[in-house]
Write a protein that binds this ligand. Sequence first.
Ligand code: URA
Length: 434
Amino acid sequence: MNILEIIEKKRDKKELSKEEITYFIEGYTHDKIADYQASALIMAIYLNGMTKQETTDLTIAMANSGEKLDLSSLNEVIVDKHSTGGVGDKVSLILLPLVASLGVPVAKMSGRGLGFTGGTVDKLESISGYQTDINIHNFVQNVEKIGISMISQTLNLAPADKKIYSLRDSISCVESIPLIASSIMSKKIASGAQKIVLDVTCGSGAFMQSKEKAEELAEEMIEIGRLANKETVCVLTNMDEPLGYAVGNSLEVIEAIQSLKGDMPEDVKDVVLELGAYMVKLAGKGENIEENTARLLKNIENGKAYEKFIQLVENQGGDSSYIKDINQFPKASYIENVYSQKSGYIQSMNAKEVGKIVCALGAGRIRKEDSIDNAVGIILNKKVSDKVEKEDVLVTIYANSKEKLEEAKKKLLEVIKIEEQEIERPKMILEIMK
Ligand code: URA
C-alpha cells in the first residue's frame, strides 16, 4: 500500500478500506506522508465524499492517532460540548462556566478559528496569560479542583485531527460532512467524555447552509456516537446572521463577560440555555429541561457563572483583572462607525460574509502558521428584524489598518440588507436530534 494509490482511489471516486484510511492517518500523524499528499487526499475526500463506513473508519483512526484521556478519576459523568462552528460564536465561553457553576464538570478541548469562523482557543488566548496548552495532569487536576478546564488541542489527543484541521483551513476544504463529523467525533472520543452535546449550526454563517445538510451531519455524528457508546444530542441552531453583537476575538470575550454578568444578547441566550439544559440533563443533574433552564438563568443572575469564569481564568494562569476591567483589553488603532444609508428593517446580514470581513481585518488565518490580531473585529449595533433610521449606526469597526478599515466599511454596507417591510426575529433553536 502507498499514499499515491490511496489518493488515486479517492480521486477516482472509489471507496477506501479501513486499512487504507488507517495507513493515511498513521503516516500523516508521524510525518511520513507530506502535507502536499495529504492535501490532495483531503481535497479528493472533499470533492467526492465518503460512505458512512469510511467516515466511521476515519473517525476511529483519528481518535486512535494519539492518547485517549481517562477521566474516570473524576467519578462523574463527563458531558462534552462542541459546535460545528459559526460567526460570533462565543457560546462555549459563557455556557461552560455556567454549567460548571451548577456542578456539571467541564473538561473541554477547543479549537482555533477555521475558515471564516472563529475558535474558542484564539478567543481565550486574548486574555493575557491564559494558558491553553497545559499538560494532561494539570488539565484533569483543574477539573478536580474547580470543576472546569478549557484548553487547546495541544495534548496528544487526536493529533491527526489537529494536523488535518489546520491543513483543511489552509486549502479551503472545511465544508464537508465526513471531514467535519470525523474531526469533531474523533476529538470527543479521545477526550474521555461519556456523553456529548453538539451545537450543529445551520445557515449562511455555518459550514452547513441548509437545514437538510445540518440534519445529515447531525445524523452522522449521532451514529458515530452510538457506535462509540457515547450518547450524543444535537441541537440545530440558526447561524444565518452572526451570533450576538461582537465578532472578533477579544471583542467576543468582552461580550461573553458581559453576558456572564447578566447582559446577554437574546439570540446568544436562546442557544446557551438550550445547550446548557441538555448538558445538565445528560450529566444526570436534572431530568426536566425547563427546570434546568431556570436553574441556569438563576446562576447568571446570582453571579455564580461569572465567578466560575474568573476562577477558570485564574486557574489557567490568566490575568483576571482583564475580566474585572474590560478596558484592559488592547484596543484597535481605528474604531469607526458605519452608518445606515436608508431607513427600514434589517432583513439579513450574511454571517459568512461578515466572518470573511472580520478575517480580512486580521482576526483569521490565511496560512496555518499565520498569527492573528485579537483586537480587530466588529460590533453590530443592529440585528435582523431591528428597525433602523437613515444615519443610524449599523456597526462599529475595530481595525489596525486604515486600508482594511475602509474595505470593511464598504463590504459591510453591501452585506447588511435593509428593506421597508417588517420581519420577525429569527428563531434560534431549529431542532433537537438524538
Ligand atoms: N469543529 C471542528 O472541530 N472540526 C470541524 O471540522 C468543524 C468544526
